[in-house]
Design a protein around this ligand. Structure first.
Ligand code: BES
Ligand code: MN
Ligand code: MN
Length: 459
């Protein structure tokens, strides 16, 4: 795509940010995470924010900036995260994860930028800084703006929660605006109206007091890896439903009208399969793919380890086996309750001869945006204006646990104006973000401010 001078500058700056390996999960990158925070703070200053600060926390810092133009105008609080997922498995990247490159692909004929964090979430929150810069310089900003960009989203946002709870006045706003989700399709855009909740646990199954020779002991003791695998396997039945007693008790069932609305999203099974090189999809019986990834809860193993995994072979029965398990939750499941149900069940199904432990990592509530709020109506008009067509509502399968927390603590609704595509490979090798998506975001955001200020005045 041919870029004008302003766009070229915006892209060059994003490339700079993407070069900083701000991996929040890995403590060896602590300095890089801090460097990313300083970089974001400087870019807020350059955009024209009056107050900017890097706020230390017991973990990674929070970056805050604001532009208050008139206390009688509405205030928009923008949230984003400058931390990224670890790039592993690094050998599956076509180019190094922290050396951004622009390439054209069949999905992005106009080019996409490849780097860890390109879409999740550096490329997306940076659109807000650039949109703000433009509105300030052209004197078209119609709202007060507060921006809070954190460095621990990918590890559970523990310290942000504390910060929000102790700074409710500072963060007072009329709407929260986040770009950290998808748009469905750039040809027919969708606004995200739902996110799943989550419960993340780690389990261990321990057997004999040491690793054993699998010939001398095989057949005489419970093998922790075999046991863990069969315990995990038993947690789904033949309809692919989760077998934990009580798991579905609080799950909201939707009317056929609501289920039809979900099918409006611009995603179909054929394209979905093709994008993953799969002949078949698999999920809970009685639900469509879109329902399975939005209004239905899931249980997935994210990692499993134990025993010998090095080169060649070693005959051994491991003393212990471990797995990391996530459950995606939907309204009105409570993650603490679900974590407890999991733990009780997991302990109950453990056979004699092993010990099990269950550790809760983190969790969060699901979220649903009402379609009649000022914020949603403003977003709707903004998309209509920039895309020339009405957006559809899309319930997404991912989680941003901080969003329901914002509502609970600040009493403010969040509008999820994401511009990513499923093919952006977030959390995977070769993460990328379309240049069209990036620039379309910078174009659409100011329209949100315009319509929000307008609706707010009328209200
Ligand atoms: N931006 C994602 C969440 C997302 C992506 C929601 C696309 C909807 C569509 C976010 O950074 C993320 O990865 N969240 C984590 C949860 C967190 C507690 C680690 C997730 O969903 O796994
Ligand atoms: Mn994200
Ligand atoms: Mn993420």
């Amino acid at each position: 795509m041919t870029l004008n001078a302003e766009q070229q500058k915006q892209l060059n700056e994003l490339i700079e940010l993407l070069k900083i390996p701000s991996i929040s999960a890995d403590s060896t990158y602590k300095e890089a995470v801090a460097r990313a925070a300083d970089w974001v703070c400087a870019s807020l200053r350059a955009a024209g924010c009056d107050a900017t600060e890097v706020i230390p926390t017991p973990g990674h810092p929070i970056v805050y900036g604001e532009k208050i133009i008139d206390p009688t105008l509405p205030t928009v609080l923008v949230y984003g995260h400058y931390d990224v997922q670890p790039p592993d498995p690094i050998e599956l990247w076509d180019s190094p994860p922290f050396e951004p490159v622009i390439k054209t692909t069949s999905i992005h004929p106009e080019g996409a930028i490849f780097a860890r964090g390109a879409c999740d979430d550096k490329g997306q929150f940076f659109m807000h800084i650039k949109a703000l810069e433009k509105m300030i310089s052209e004197n078209t900003l119609g709202c007060n703006v507060k921006l809070m960009i954190e460095g621990e989203e990918e590890v559970g946002s523990d310290n942000l929660e504390q910060f929000v709870r102790t700074h409710t006045d500072k963060l007072k706003a009329d709407v929260i605006l986040i770009s950290d989700t998808g748009i469905g399709s750039i040809q027919s855009p969708a606004i995200t109206t739902g996110l799943r909740g989550m419960s993340y646990l780690e389990v261990s199954v321990t057997g004999p007091n040491r690793d054993l020779h699998s010939g001398l002991y095989g057949g005489t003791v419970a093998n922790p890896i075999n046991v863990l695998c069969s315990m995990i396997a038993s947690m789904h039945d033949d309809k692919r439903q989760i077998t934990i007693p009580g798991f579905y008790d609080d799950v909201v069932n939707y009317s056929s009208a609501e289920r039809q609305e979900i099918e409006q999203a611009p995603i179909d099974d054929i394209a979905f399969k093709k994008s993953l090189d799969l002949e078949d999809l698999m999920g809970e019986e009685g639900y469509t793919t879109l329902e399975r990834k939005s209004i239905r809860p899931t249980l997935d193993v994210n990692g499993i380890w134990g025993g010998y995994t090095g080169e060649g072979s070693k005959t051994v029965i491991a003393s212990a086996a471990h797995a990391k398990i996530s459950m995606r939750l939907v309204p009105n499941q409570d993650w603490k309750n679900i974590s407890k149900l999991f733990e009780n069940h997991f302990k109950a199904i453990a056979p004699e001869g092993v010990r099990v432990t269950v550790k809760t990592h983190h969790g969060g509530k699901p979220y649903v945006t009402p379609l009649d709020s000022l914020g949603y109506r403003a977003a709707f008009k903004a998309y209509e204006e920039s895309f020339g067509q009405a957006p559809v509502a899309l319930r997404d399968g991912g989680s941003i646990p901080i969003v329901p927390m914002f509502e609970e603590v600040l009493g403010v609704k969040t509008i999820l104006m994401g511009f990513g595509l499923d093919s952006d490979a977030i959390h995977s090798p070769n993460e990328n973000y379309g240049l069209v998506n990036f620039f379309k975001g910078i174009e659409t955001i100011p329209l949100f401010y315009k319509h929000f200020a307008h609706l707010f005045k009328q209200d």
